[in-house]
Design a protein around this ligand. Structure first.
Ligand SMILES: [Zn+2]
Length: 269
């Protein structure tokens, strides 16, 4: 995907996401739905997350320099950190609000706003499916936003027609879900921090390439920089007396996203 088209997608996701958030905030603040209030908080957190991800994403394209020898791709994932902090803050706010709640009234207008907000998020989710990886992570968030939106629609309607307790239940459900999201995103971030090994097919591809160019692979270690970009080292043994040039092998592997330091052993005779 071209950079211009990607930016276009990003703007559509941002605009529809912001519009949806504003509707939820109005439904929560003006028309008394606590479910929408909590949902609005998560939407605002979503927006803050999107901005932080986009901010760090710009840096991800910077070529390697003297202080980041392997490039800046991982900057893209630093954006997840502000996301986690924001979600933690929002979870705290929601718990505080729900703890001190008294009997309240939900107006039907909250339901209409919940419905409209969900439509907006539908557009955001559909657009983010065609977006770059970091934004797709945000897309996963908006899929959950869509489910949250559905809870908002049902709870605000139930709250307006039957009892505020229906709306209160929805708010408790959404608050619990924020904690679950914090856990999931935290796990994702941890896997990057822990230098996880790439999928098996990446290893197989490297071994096949080396073999096709006249080497046996004695050892190979790889770690993920970002999905699709790997770094590591390998020890090779030439199969024949005339294997391909090592620089050529390195170049081919680099073209496939694998940046390895290669060591060779003498051919056993
Ligand atoms: Zn740098």
């Amino acid at each position: 995907m071209g950079a211009v088209k990607a930016m276009g997608t990003i703007w559509v996701v941002a605009a529809t996401g912001i519009a949806g958030s504003v509707m939820k905030i109005l439904g929560g603040v003006l028309y008394g739905s606590n479910t929408l209030f909590v949902d609005a908080l998560t939407s605002v957190a979503n927006m803050a997350s999107l901005i932080s991800i986009l901010w760090f994403r710009r840096l991800a394209y910077t070529p390697p320099d003297s202080d980041h020898h392997f490039g800046h791709e991982r900057f893209e994932y630093i954006g997840v950190l502000p996301m986690l902090i924001t979600y933690g803050f929002v979870a705290g706010l929601s718990v505080a609000r729900l703890y001190y709640v008294r009997e309240y009234r939900v107006e039907l207008n909250a339901f209409y706003l919940a419905l409209a907000a969900m439509l907006m998020y539908g557009v955001a989710v559909a657009s983010s499916r065609r977006a770059p990886p970091s934004l797709r992570a945000y897309g996963a968030f908006t899929v959950s936003e869509l489910l949250e939106g559905l809870v908002g629609v049902v709870a605000s309607l139930g709250g307006a027609l039957y009892s505020y307790l229906v709306d209160y239940g929805g708010a408790v459900l959404l608050t619990s879900y924020i904690f679950y999201e914090i856990y999931e995103e935290g796990r994702r971030l941890s896997s990057f921090m822990a230098d996880e090994a790439p999928p098996l097919e990446v290893y197989e591809r490297v071994v096949e390439t080396a073999e096709s160019m006249g080497y046996n692979v004695e050892s190979l270690r790889l770690r993920t920089i970002v999905p699709g970009r790997y770094h590591g080292d390998m020890v090779l043994q030439p199969k024949s007396t005339a294997p391909s040039d090592l620089r050529e092998l390195r170049r081919v592997l680099q073209g496939r996203g694998v940046d390895v330091c290669i060591e060779t052993e003498k051919l056993n005779s």
